[in-house]
Design a protein around this ligand. Structure first.
Ligand code: GLU
Length: 305
């Protein structure tokens, strides 16, 4: 049987400069794809137009070039895809798989339910079975939630092993369109990766809990499931996750102080791909790359520069 070509992707959010955690995930995504002779796609995840800027998107492209992390094509940014997302949403609506939800943020936060690692609350189903009259009485725009089945979703993450989630109990019906009309990440990412033919998704461990939702949407939209690898998060010495707030760890700051080779070497060493943190070009790591060598747990990263 003919082996399918590997298609991977960078899917950054242009809300600031790339920070070390983004570079780490991007490096591993790139090495995995290039080591299989696959294709790399870039997509700007700028759904949240209040937080993202075209200037940051441009800086992201320049930073990827500086790092030597090449891509073969760029697909349209999410901010330009509302009409496409409308079509996906209409399909769900026609099948009555989504329903309007009028719960306020305060109501949702007062719910004493367990929540997912990404901070999403397990929705208790408050608006699931409202009658048309009850819906009409709200007289305002609603969010739209996808009804999830009472089903266990299981998949094998390349790094993290078998992951299982009971959709209804551990996640609950989730929002696919907000009350202001904006589509949410879960819907957009599935539509975009599916259309781009992505076969391999490599990203930070913080998104592991999203996979079952995304797999359910892939099924509804008729896309095959990609493979997943969720890479360790880089933590600050106090155990916090490195974030865009750590300005001294973003590329704007780092590019003035260290070379791309030094940075790639340090991250490859942190990943478990080098014995020592010696300067190296991303290109030079392709031949030796194997997921078996990559470490799966989050790591404290305390560079000295
Ligand atoms: N846009 C997300 C981020 O920058 C990544 C989403 C994904 O890789 O699925 O964190």
């Amino acid at each position: 049987m003919e082996q399918k070509k590997t298609v991977g992707r960078f899917a950054p959010t242009p809300s600031g400069r790339m920070h070390l955690g983004n570079v780490f995930a991007a490096l591993l995504a790139w090495l995995s794809v290039r080591s299989k002779g696959g294709e790399m796609v870039l997509r700007m995840e700028d759904l949240d137009t209040a937080r993202t800027k075209p200037e940051y998107a441009q800086l992201l492209r320049q930073d990827l070039a500086w790092l030597g992390l090449t891509y073969d094509r760029e697909t349209p940014p999410q901010s330009s895809r509302t009409q496409a997302y409308d079509c996906y949403f209409d399909r769900l609506r026609q099948q009555e798989l989504v329903y309007p939800c009028y719960c306020t943020r305060a109501q949702l936060h007062s719910v004493n339910a367990p929540h997912l690692s990404d901070g999403t609350y397990v929705y208790p189903g408050t608006c699931r079975d409202l009658t048309p009259q009850q819906r009409a009485a709200f007289r305002r725009e609603s969010a739209w939630r996808l009804r999830v089945p009472d089903r266990t979703v299981s998949f094998s993450d390349i790094l993290q092993g078998t992951v299982t989630q009971e959709l209804l109990r551990e996640c609950g019906d989730f929002v696919v369109r907000r009350s202001d009309g904006l589509y949410v990440y879960q819907l957009a990412v599935v539509a975009d990766d599916g259309e781009a033919g992505v076969t391999e998704v490599v990203r930070g461990l913080d998104l592991l809990g999203s996979v079952p939702r995304q797999m359910y949407l892939q099924e509804l939209f008729g896309f095959p499931h990609p493979e997943y690898a969720h890479v360790p998060l880089l933590l600050a010495p106090d155990g916090r996750r490195l974030s865009k707030r750590d300005r001294d760890l973003d590329l704007g700051y780092l590019r003035q102080r260290i070379t791309a080779r030094e940075l790639i070497g340090m991250l490859a060493y942190t990943a478990g791909l080098l014995e020592k943190p010696e300067p190296v070009a991303a290109q030079e790591l392709i031949g030796e790359f194997s997921w078996k060598r990559v470490q799966k747990d989050s790591v404290i990263f305390a560079p000295k520069w």
